[in-house]
Design a protein around this ligand. Structure first.
Ligand code: SF4
Ligand code: SF4
Length: 226
């Protein structure tokens, strides 16, 4: 199995983007959140993504965005699990990484959660894009309009070229637009963001109530017009 074979599989299962990074690309991963902490025989990480329609930003309600986000998370998990089974069928091992929570790490004082692997850092290490000042992944084709998933495997796969820096140097639109001042250009203060980003609905559900830092990014708008 080589990288092209894995990528073709990922696309056939519904991924919109797929990149691959060997384990040596993860030297800077924090202790406890390295692919080897999850699976000690890991040799490569496969990053997958699904984009969402730019039209969601034109709606006067956040319900459509919430629908697509929830569905995309399910689809990415399905793709990761299908890849896992397929890799196993070829005699290798693979570990699917959840596309969203549950957080096994939770700092209750700072309301700061971490997934078992940072999907955006994994995507950057796999050449899918770069992390912008809003701390979201910026992809050449889809801008910030991308949700992410990943699979860790013991197959030695060739890495994709790393992305150039796509975030516009003179831009700070996402920083200026955040209603909670949760962004400083390199990190996100989750405690502040959580006060805006998810809200309960009167009927007992929840809604993604803020995604301004995605919406204002000119890179997303440019790519959505193309
Ligand atoms: S989702 Fe909203 S509150 Fe959170 S960082 Fe982005 S703009 Fe700020
Ligand atoms: S809004 Fe500007 S600064 Fe923020 S991620 Fe997009 S290009 Fe970078």
């Amino acid at each position: 199995m080589d990288s092209n074979y894995i990528k073709k599989l990922a696309y056939s299962f519904g991924a919109d983007v797929c990149g691959i990074g060997s384990i040596d690309r993860f030297k800077d991963a924090p202790k406890g959140f390295h692919p080897l902490d999850i699976y000690p025989e890991a040799k490569s990480v496969i990053s997958i993504g699904k984009h969402f329609p730019a039209s969601l930003f034109a709606a006067n309600t956040k319900a459509p965005y919430t629908l697509v986000k929830n569905k995309s998370v399910q689809l990415l998990d399905d793709i990761a699990i299908k890849l896992t089974f397929h890799i196993e069928d070829q005699g290798y091992k693979a570990i699917p990484i959840p596309s969203d929570e549950p957080y096994e790490y939770w700092d209750s004082e700072n309301k700061h959660g971490r997934g078992i692997l940072s999907l955006k850092h994994a995507a950057q290490a796999c050449g899918v894009g770069c992390i912008g000042k809003n701390t979201l992944l910026v992809n050449e084709k889809y801008g910030n309009r991308l949700y992410l998933g990943a699979v860790i495997t013991n197959i030695e796969l060739a890495s994709d070229a790393l992305s150039r820096n796509l975030c516009i140097e003179s831009c700070n639109l996402c920083l200026k637009s955040c209603p909670q001042s949760a962004l400083d250009g390199t990190t996100i203060i989750q405690k502040k963001c959580r006060q805006s980003c998810i809200s309960s609905t009167p009927g007992g559900g929840f809604i993604y109530s803020c995604y301004t830092c995605r919406e204002v990014c000119p890179f997303s708008k440019i790519s959505s017009d193309s």
